[in-house]
Design a protein around this ligand. Structure first.
Ligand code: KG4
Ligand code: ZN
Length: 358
């Protein structure tokens, strides 16, 4: 089964072709990611209108390159998957409409993929991870601990009350005059810094649920920075190191609780799966590894290029759904908001999917 996947929910224009064997093994035939980072850098964050316009301009070429890298034409694929939300609505409309056009013209089924579900299922593409597993998804827009028990079977154990973890990294970077996206910059600065120099809070630590709150941490960092301004290079390094250590401590505490909740409800997970751009952070990966061992399981962390937004994860989620006969109609709407636990394995009978015009 071969599926084309399209991702346009944020600031990456991406398309990929992925193959799924009958045994459920995945193979990436092509994977093109065009980042718009430089177009948003001046603003210190993603500007929705700029993103939507850039997707319109780039998507056709990105899809053409993904198809040619895979050495395939639309006639050779079994389905077209598009991230249909959640995300910036302008970009989602561009990707989903393009997928619908390809599906209609080439008479292939459309699979409307939830972007979070795609992050959640990536470990099955890279490592063949069996259900049930505990997902820790941390990106610029999302912070979630999720019990993944099957396709369309997701139970959220924890999330953030305010900022996402990646967002906290990005805002910290912006405050300290570092570039965008902030995560990698903060991590780089933190390497040469003293993580004990500034006393920052560990919000929500010790609470019996697995909820996060990051906005207080960001404010505390700003106050510390203001106290010693103007900042030297070493100050910036120390602030980054202190901030990163606080995030690592918070994640350790919240995720330990999340894993305990998982065990109580569903038994021991086959693995702890890391996903989202923040999972590229090495300090965080180290603590995730330790937490997994503590919980009697293993850490599965896909390579960073598949942790950040990409088309392969959309194509793979599409292939997993298609293998179960889960396809969508051309009436499927783009969604700015689409919580993961609302994703259901709803089957649509195949004859209904391709209304043809005479
Ligand atoms: O998953 P992703 O590519 O896009 C979405 O937000 O959906 O994640 C991007 C986020 C950004 O906030 C970025 O700063 C963060 O992931 N990030 C990192 C690192 N690399 C990317 N955060 C911390 N450390 C990193 N090395
Ligand atoms: Zn994402």
């Amino acid at each position: 089964m071969i599926v084309l996947g399209i991702e346009t929910t944020c600031d990456e224009t991406a398309a990929a072709v992925v193959q799924r064997s009958d045994e459920g093994r995945g193979k990436i035939l092509s994977n093109i990611v065009l980042s718009q980072t430089s177009e948003h850098a001046a603003f210190g964050g993603v500007v929705p209108e700029i993103a939507a316009r850039a997707h319109v301009e780039a998507l056709d070429h990105v899809i053409a390159k993904a198809m040619s890298d895979a050495g395939l034409g639309f006639a050779d694929i079994d389905g077209v998957a598009a991230a249909s939300g959640p995300g910036l609505i302008g970009g989602v409309i561009v990707g989903l409409t393009t997928a619908k056009a390809i599906a209609l013209v080439s008479e292939k089924p459309l699979i409307a993929v939830n972007h979070l579900e795609a992050h959640a299922l990536t470990a099955r593409l890279t490592d063949g991870t069996p259900f049930p597993y505990c997902l820790f998804l941390a990106s610029g827009g999302h912070t979630q601990i999720v019990a993944v028990r099957g396709i369309g079977d997701y139970t959220r154990l924890g999330t953030t009350l305010d900022d996402a973890i990646g967002e906290a990294f990005d805002k910290t970077a912006k405050l300290l005059g570092l570039g965008y996206p902030g995560g990698p910059q903060v991590e780089k600065e933190a390497e040469g810094g003293d993580a004990t120099r500034f006393t920052l809070p560990r919000p929500m630590q010790g609470r019996p649920d697995a909820m996060f709150s990051l906005s207080g941490l960001k404010t505390a960092l700003r106050l510390e920075a203001e106290k010693i301004a103007p900042l030297t290079d070493q100050d910036v390094k120390d602030l980054c190191a202190s901030f990163q250590q606080a995030v690592v401590d918070v994640v350790a505490d919240r995720l330990r609780t999340g894993l305990r909740m998982f065990r109580e409800k569903f038994g021991t997970p086959t693995s702890l799966v890391a996903a989202g751009g923040v999972a590229a952070n090495q300090a965080l990966r180290k603590v995730l590894h330790r937490l997994a061992l503590e919980a009697g399981t293993v850490l599965v962390a896909p390579p960073p290029a598949l942790c950040t937004d990409n088309g392969a994860m959309i194509a793979w989620a599409g292939a997993e759904r298609l293998a179960l006969g889960l396809v969508d109609t051309l009436e499927t709407p783009p969604r700015a908001r689409w919580p993961l636990q609302d994703v259901k394995p709803h089957a649509v009978p195949p004859p209904a999917i391709l209304p043809r015009r005479d």
